[in-house]
Design a protein around this ligand. Structure first.
Ligand code: SF4
Length: 522
């Protein structure tokens, strides 16, 4: 029999060699070989398979998920543990370990996942999550509730991570850069309403709450009825909050501004100017980043449409998180205001930022003034406290006005008769004669700041700002994908920002400390 097979094998080989296209098969034979049915491996889905899984081998030794777990295990999660009701020897299902839930969220954010449902799905198939959970599934409600359960506890966790980084010498508060970034809210612009509409909708919600009948008398299931009642109650609460927010905005509204509108689905959201020039409901996330390793040392989520009010709050947040204030803070023009320059000087913090340069206002052009007659063309004479115009006429001081931000405005006016007879009148004061010039005088502190910002050394420091300050902003938006908050409300959005920034810091720690140590030990 063996001989028969051998002979058969030889004859097949000979046949293949003879008939092979490579060996010069005829065109018709080649065509028939091509048209013959191909043979593939059979896919058998009617089978049950048991595979052994070595959980430890699901991820490599240097996988970031191991570093995340190592970091979380160094932290004190006592505040989160206090929420766990189930105890040893007691009734009920065991709770998920807060360390596991925290590590899962940090890992998810580092992978650009911010949805609780998606994270729950990942626990079924993604090796990093499977390693963390030990192949257990985690319900998305558990994940979702944990992420937003306690802002103070999360603040504490962020500070503890900073503590670990600081203990390893990765943070340095000699130079800190602050920047704000606008992140869109869940609320859309269509949800913004004026006071009258909000009151009308609140009245309707109140009527619905009062009309909520006895659950036992309804035909619907208890669960559905309870869900409906909760939805109506929540809507009423949101509308009440919207009216409160409206009152707050009204207090600081200028007369020239339009009547405020507030979102009825997310009352704390504010319409803010975006980097692309458009407007959208957003929160302003302020990040303070230390310059040595680009570690975020403070994160604040605010409703402020502009940055300058947030500078001192950022410093206060750094002090609260690290116990010390930075020696120097570097900011962009959005934070520069005379009052900020003075406050930073009072606090002993060196401020670096662009000094305001003279810019002719668009109104000068509209008024028909020629550039040769803009205010900067009028010479100031310190001895006589007068101005000299381009036609060599004198403007004398008429009044002085002290502004709240430490700046003093001096008003100088030319002689009426001199302007009336002047050959340049149409270029200098075509609409109103005589010419009035306002000379702004900053406080000595502001003048010192401006003088410092003209030095090459200060300019050089300022040039490094964008590389440091905008790096975490870009990372959080590009890698984590936090361009729009998933959670509604200022507090919950703030928690989302904290998770993202904590993840960013841990990724920096992995890159700067954990990986080098791992490589050295290997
Ligand atoms: S219009 Fe008056 S202020 Fe202007 S250049 Fe002539 S004199 Fe001077």
């Amino acid at each position: 029999m063996a001989d028969t097979f051998e002979l058969l094998g030889e004859s097949i080989e000979a046949f293949r060699a003879e008939k092979s296209p490579v060996a010069g098969a005829s065109a018709s034979e080649e065509a028939s070989a091509k048209s013959a049915a191909k043979r593939y491996r059979w896919i058998n889905r009617n089978q049950t398979m048991i595979r052994p899984v070595d959980v430890e081998k699901l991820v490599e030794e240097d996988h970031p998920v191991r570093a995340i777990w190592a970091m979380v295990c160094q932290l004190d999660l006592n505040r989160f543990e206090q929420r766990v009701k189930v105890v040893e020897g007691g009734k009920g299902r065991s709770s998920s370990d807060p360390r596991l839930l925290a590590a899962l969220w940090i890992y998810a954010y580092s992978e650009g996942v911010s949805s609780a449902r998606e994270l729950s799905r990942m626990c079924r198939h993604e090796p990093g999550c499977q390693w963390l959970t030990g192949l257990e599934e985690v319900n998305y409600h558990t994940l979702s509730d944990f992420r937003k359960c306690d802002k103070a506890a999360l603040d504490g966790l962020f500070v503890q991570v900073l503590g670990v980084l600081s203990a390893e010498g990765l943070t340095d508060l000699k130079r800190v850069m602050q920047d704000g970034t606008k992140i869109k809210t869940q609320a859309s612009r269509n949800s913004f309403r004026g006071e009258a509409t909000l009151r009308e909708h609140l009245k309707l919600a109140q009527e619905q709450v009062e009309a909520m009948g006895d659950p036992d008398s309804e035909e619907l299931s208890q669960r559905v009825i309870r869900a409906r009642q909760r939805a109506i109650r929540e809507q009423k609460e949101r509308l009440e909050e919207a009216l409160k927010q409206l009152e707050e905005i009204e207090k600081s509204r200028k007369e020239s501004e339009k009547a405020p509108r507030v979102s009825e689905s997310e009352p704390t959201a504010r319409v803010m100017k975006q980097p692309d020039g458009g407007f959208a409901p957003s929160y302003n996330v302020q990040l303070c980043t230390e310059a040595s390793n680009k570690i975020i040392v403070a994160v604040e989520t605010t409703q402020a449409g502009v940055d300058y009010e947030e500078l001192e709050k950022g410093i206060d947040a750094i002090v609260a998180n690290t116990g010390q204030q930075p020696a120097q803070t570097v900011v962009d023009g959005g934070f520069i205001k005379n009052s900020n320059v003075e406050r930073m000087t009072e606090r002993g913090i060196e401020l670096i930022g662009p000094a305001a340069e003279y810019k002719p206002k668009a109104s000068m052009k509209q008024r028909g003034l020629a550039p040769e007659f803009y205010p900067d063309q009028f010479r100031y004479n310190e001895h006589t406290n007068t101005l000299t115009c381009p036609a060599e006429k004198m403007l004398t001081l008429k009044r002085t006005y002290r502004r709240g931000d430490g700046e003093t405005e001096h008003y100088y006016q030319a002689e009426r008769s001199e302007c009336a007879d002047c050959a340049f009148r149409n270029q200098c004061c075509p609409k109103r004669s005589p010419r009035v010039i306002v000379r702004k005088e900053a406080s000595p502190v502001v003048q010192q700041f401006r003088a410092k910002m003209r030095t090459e050394e200060a300019k050089q420091i300022y040039r490094t700002r964008s590389e440091v300050a905008e790096f975490p902003n870009a990372w959080i938006k590009e890698k984590i994908g936090l361009r729009k908050f998933r959670l509604r409300g200022l507090d919950k959005a703030g928690m989302e920002a904290l998770w993202a920034c904590m993840t960013y810091n841990i990724k920096q720690w992995i890159r700067l400390s954990w990986m080098p140590k791992f490589a050295a030990a290997a």
